[in-house]
Design a binder for this molecule. Structure first.
Ligand code: 5AD
Ligand code: SF4
Length: 441
């Protein structure tokens, strides 16, 4: 039996694309394995969002030199955002001559023909494309690996060109899938028993902007999907604050399935920095959207992404971020040190912040968020929550893990028969952001 190993880096988009790549490999007769030594093909699905991701991936590819020397038939393939960057494929070939196949973000659906070409010709296959017909990607078989959750792409690419971000360069322009195709996929997944559907797009709020039909909007998509019968939760990522409408919030407020959780990346609390980032909203606009959501959906939880040390960020700008974080009260924050990306507008800004300052700001923000997150978790103590059980606890025997309708993680005593069920859990304690409780009834 031939074996495959996929190493996935980066965001949920990549996690889901790896499920599609696994689908192709399994159709070809490959079975999954966990060890480099056992694999006939090792595929790196790469990320380019920050330099640290790239360094990690390069180190991991380097580790395969010996394994390839011991197993000449092993195929090593690289795909994803890192290989799509200008000049990277050539660099990878030079640096790692033992790599067999390189494809970008637009031709992953061709993996099978690339593998066959390599096997037939014994030559390297390197091909990066600039665009694609997205129906190829939609038609890829999927080997879903995320338990009770199923990812569903609603669109690909990004048109925003935030000045720090590499994504529009490596993922291309926004292309949406038709509502009917998405609805059909979600209906099938619900029928198959998936209990949580997570819609994916770099900027879900601009879903449908590329269609002539003005009825194809994210709000209408949500309305359609919420009408599907069955026991499931619906959530989505990622939203852009400039595009999320009050209508979307109203739909969530009146929906049956859509979770009371919103990931709304703010990036900075300083208007000067937001402008330099080309985010096209102010801290005040952002806060007014959060206030509207809090008013309409009082139990809504929020999370966000923040970049510290963007070029030109002064202590005063950073204070703006601190104040905004305090005002919103995020359940969770993903905090990053600004990383220069080649080809972006911010790369050329001459007011880069030094690393020591960036690290110190990150540390302060993490400390603040720990306090906020802890307080938010404590609010749940004494309440009874509807918890969707996703799995047995990976370490604590006799415990299961799950999430509230507001996306808070909960641990409580239980066994695997509960997986996929929604149960009432009385919350008795919390530790940092995690809740602990006991099943009722
Ligand atoms: N440096 C640091 N963080 C970045 N992100 C995107 N580009 C960069 C960069 N160059 C962060 C943003 C985005 C998240 C996915 O990654 O916060 O929302
Ligand atoms: Fe990058 Fe901005 Fe697009 Fe998000 S919206 S992927 S941060 S360019």
């Amino acid at each position: 039996m031939k074996k495959y190993l996929i190493k996935t880096y980066g965001c949920q988009m990549n996690v889901h694309e790896s499920e599609k790549l696994a689908g192709i490999l399994e159709n070809m007769g490959y079975q999954p394995c966990d060890k480099n030594e056992d694999a006939d093909i090792i595929l790196f699905n790469t990320c380019a969002i920050r330099e640290s991701a790239e360094q990690k991936i390069f180190a991991h590819i380097g580790e395969l030199k010996k394994i390839k020397a011991a197993n000449r038939n092993l195929i090593i393939a690289i795909c994803g955002c890192m290989s799509q960057q200008d000049g990277y494929a050539q660099n990878i070939v030079k640096k790692f001559p033992f790599v067999d196949i390189i494809l970008g973000t637009h031709n992953i659906s061709e993996l099978q023909s690339f593998i066959e070409k390599r096997q037939n010709t014994k030559k390297k296959v390197v091909d990066i494309k600039e665009t694609e017909d997205i129906s190829n990607r939609d038609l890829m078989p999927k080997k879903r690996t995320s338990g009770i959750n199923a990812w569903v792409n609603i669109m690909y690419g990004c048109n925003n060109f935030c000045t720090y971000c590499i994504v529009p360069y490596v993922r291309g322009r926004e292309v949406s899938r038709p509502i009917i195709a998405i609805k059909q996929e979600v209906e099938e997944l619900v029928e198959q028993g998936y209990k949580q559907i997570t819609l994916l797009g770099q900027n879900v709020n601009s879903y449908g902007n590329d269609f002539a039909d003005s009825d194809v909007t994210f709000a209408n998509l949500l309305k359609e999907l919420d009408q599907i019968d069955g026991d499931f939760r619906l959530t989505f990522m990622t939203s852009h604050p400039k595009d999320i409408s009050n209508e979307v919030i109203d739909i969530i407020a009146n929906s049956k399935h859509i979770m009371h959780y919103l990931h709304l990346p703010v990036q900075s609390g300083s208007d000067k920095i937001l402008k330099a980032m080309n985010r096209r909203y102010t801290a005040k606009n952002y806060l007014s959207k959060i206030d509207y959501a809090k008013k309409k959906i009082p139990d809504m939880e929020f999370s966000s992404d923040i970049i510290v040390g963007f070029p030109g960020e002064t202590e005063e700008d950073f204070e703006g971020t601190i104040q905004l974080v305090q005002k919103v009260g995020y359940e969770q924050l993903f905090m990053f040190i600004y990383s220069k990306r080649r080809g972006t507008v911010a790369e050329k800004m001459d007011n880069q912040v030094d690393l020591a300052t960036k690290k110190e700001r990150l540390k302060r923000l993490i400390e603040l968020q720990n306090q906020i997150g802890t307080k938010i978790a404590e609010k749940y103590i004494g309440k009874t929550e509807k918890v969707l059980v996703s799995d047995v606890h990976p370490k604590k025997k006799g415990f299961v893990i799950g999430t509230t309708f507001t996306n808070k993680n909960v641990n409580f005593p239980g066994d695997k028969t509960l997986i996929g069920k929604v149960v009432d859990v009385k919350i008795t304690a919390s530790k940092l952001t995690v809740l602990f409780g006991e099943m009722e009834g």
